[in-house]
Design a protein around this ligand. Structure first.
Ligand SMILES: Nc1ncnc2c1ncn2[C@@H]1O[C@H](COP(=O)(O)OP(=O)(O)OP(=O)(O)O)[C@@H](O)[C@H]1O
Ligand SMILES: [Mg+2]
Length: 233
């Protein structure tokens, strides 16, 4: 049964730099449920990463409330939020955010180590996650020696290794060829069907076939209206 995990209530994000004020996200009320793969689409600069970052508690709204599993996020302590981020959320960043001095395996192990899981167990689980993204042969390689697509796959393995409840992906297939993109999307679709919330920001029209729901963002305004093909470009 789909279950609402996270709700944004009248959430707004405003950036002030010098004299300019940018409404990155206009007043938004929306819920995300388990068992659904949701795509967020829209032009560059429209507020997609902002919306995803608010969902993952990476940034906080200027106005409004985020409610996660019935709790108001604004009322949680910083330490509770850190625990939530570590245990509940798998975030695949647009820029991958791999840790440069760590090899692929150590990057994937890192969230498990932070959770206090023993090194042997963390190694075992990280290797399985790297196998799932087809990268086990490069596990001792540093990020700077990996291609864009390989870095992206390490970032995906790192996000999935903790079995998070909510998987948030910012352009997860941007650096991938059609075959790798298909296998990652199938994996994300399977995860969604196992009671997870999966939200994917993308410009990639190929991904719509996997979506249970498409949300469109334009100039900070979010809508889930059905759009024409042209509007996705
Ligand atoms: N830290 C920040 N400080 C100031 N303005 C910001 C900041 N982050 C984002 N913005 C602005 O907010 C708006 C939305 O940015 P956002 O990154 O959410 O867009 P996006 O839809 O993810 O774009 P893209 O498809 O290019 O990744 C943009 O106008 C951007 O310049
Ligand atoms: Mg973005």
């Amino acid at each position: 049964m789909p279950e609402q995990i996270v709700t944004l209530e009248n959430v707004k994000k405003i950036y002030k730099t010098g004299d300019t004020t940018i409404t990155a996200l206009d007043s938004t009320t929306i819920s995300f449920e388990t068992n659904k793969l949701t795509l967020i689409m829209g032009p560059s600069g429209s507020g997609k990463t902002t919306l995803l970052s608010i969902l993952g508690f990476v940034i906080y709204p200027t106005e409004g409330e985020v409610i996660y599993k019935g709790k108001k996020v604004s009322e949680l302590k910083e330490s509770d939020l850190a625990t939530l981020r570590l245990h509940e959320i798998g975030f695949i960043f647009q820029q991958f955010n791999l840790i440069e001095p760590l090899n692929a395996l150590e990057n994937v192990m890192q969230p498990l180590i932070l959770q206090g899981i023993k090194k042997n167990e963390a190694t075992k689980r990280a290797k399985i996650a790297l196998e799932e993204v087809g990268l086990v042969t490069r596990m001792y390689t540093l990020p700077k020696r990996l291609s864009g697509g390989q870095k992206q796959r390490v970032a995906i393995a790192r996000a999935l290794v903790t079995s998070p409840s909510m998987i948030l992906c910012d352009e997860p297939t941007a650096s991938l060829d059609a075959k790798s993109a298909e296998s990652i999307m199938k994996e994300l679709k399977t995860l969604a069907s196992k009671n997870k919330v999966v939200v994917i920001v993308t410009h990639d029209l190929r991904l719509r076939q996997y979506a249970d729901k498409v949300i469109y963002v334009e100039e900070g305004k979010v809508s889930d209206a059905i759009r024409n093909e042209e509007d996705y470009k």
